[in-house]
Design a protein around this ligand. Structure first.
Ligand code: ATP
Ligand code: MG
Length: 263
């Protein structure tokens, strides 16, 4: 168990989701999600396929629009702005600014194949956030160092292993200096022998106090790195608590049934 320098009782939540509902047509996928995440916390989200985990992550940075409820990251409702006391959909420039605080890492890495590792990392800082190339590159080298890939700066994704590509993707997420990183099954597409190197980078981020919401089936990672484990099923949070509570002594039959698959 990793300890953090946060005091959960006093700090205001960085992420607050209240009664979040999301449907795709007639299909209600999120049926009232309530979740608070404090700065510095690592939350692991578990649940069966189709339970709404990815959808929930996508709602947090407004890749999906919710139909009911509210999600706040820091002081903003991502995707909305208030003018003269009324709430409006945010224009793309405002949305880009709001998303600057939120990094996302996907299962399939999603690196640009025609850009080198370095260029993948500097693309958003230079292209979207208008940082100076020299500053963005200097920081990108620092990040590559941090994920152990300084020597691969000029490699293209096809020249990298899956684990290396995912570490570049994490460096890219860090390049915008986010206060929150959303991980959607970051190791599921990797060969088993490459999972460890990616989890090691994520563990370092946890220790450094990054706020992370991680959808993963890596129960070992959840046990040692999560401050809280959330179990979702059928578009709802069935239970949440410490790794010990949820993974070792789950209260709900659905959680127990799900965890039995991993034994
Ligand atoms: N863009 C979409 N349009 C229509 N239905 C969608 C869309 N995205 C997701 N769904 C549906 O919403 C439900 C939840 O999907 P979601 O991807 O959030 O589940 P998940 O918990 O991440 O599952 P998995 O573990 O397989 O990744 C599924 O029934 C899925 O088919
Ligand atoms: Mg998913």
């Amino acid at each position: 168990m990793i300890t953090h320098s946060v005091s959960p009782e006093t700090s205001k939540p960085l992420v607050s989701a209240v009664n979040v509902h999301k449907s795709f047509g007639d299909l209600e996928v999120l049926k009232g999600i309530d979740l608070e995440v404090r700065a510095g916390e690592t939350i692991v989200v578990l649940g069966p396929s189709g339970s709404g985990k990815s959808t929930f992550l996508r709602c947090i940075n407004h890749l999906e629009r919710i139909q009911q409820g509210a999600i706040r990251v820091g002081d903003v409702q991502v995707g909305y702005e208030v003018r003269n006391g009324r709430v409006y959909h945010a224009p793309p420039s405002t949305l880009a600014r709001q998303r600057k605080g939120i990094g996302m890492v996907f299962q399939q890495f999603n690196l640009y194949p025609h850009l080198t590792a370095l260029e993948n990392i500097t693309e958003a800082p230079i292209g979207v956030y208008k940082e100076r190339r020299s500053d963005a590159e200097e920081y990108a080298y620092t990040l590559l160092e941090r994920v152990g890939l300084r020597h691969k700066a000029n490699a293209y994704p096809r020249q990298l292993s899956g684990g290396q590509q995912q570490r570049v993707a994490i460096a890219r997420a860090l390049a915008i200096k986010p206060k929150l990183i959303l991980f959607d099954e970051p190791t599921s597409a990797l060969d088993p022998e490459l999972v460890g190197e990616v989890l090691a980078v994520m563990r370092d981020l946890t220790k450094e106090g990054m706020t992370m919401i991680v959808v993963t089936h890596e129960i070992g990672f959840a046990k040692e790195a999560a401050d809280r484990v959330v179990f979702m099923d059928g578009g709802k949070i069935v239970e949440q608590g410490s790794p010990q509570d949820v993974l070792v002594n789950p209260k709900h039959q659905r959680t127990r049934a799900f965890l039995n698959r991993f034994i």
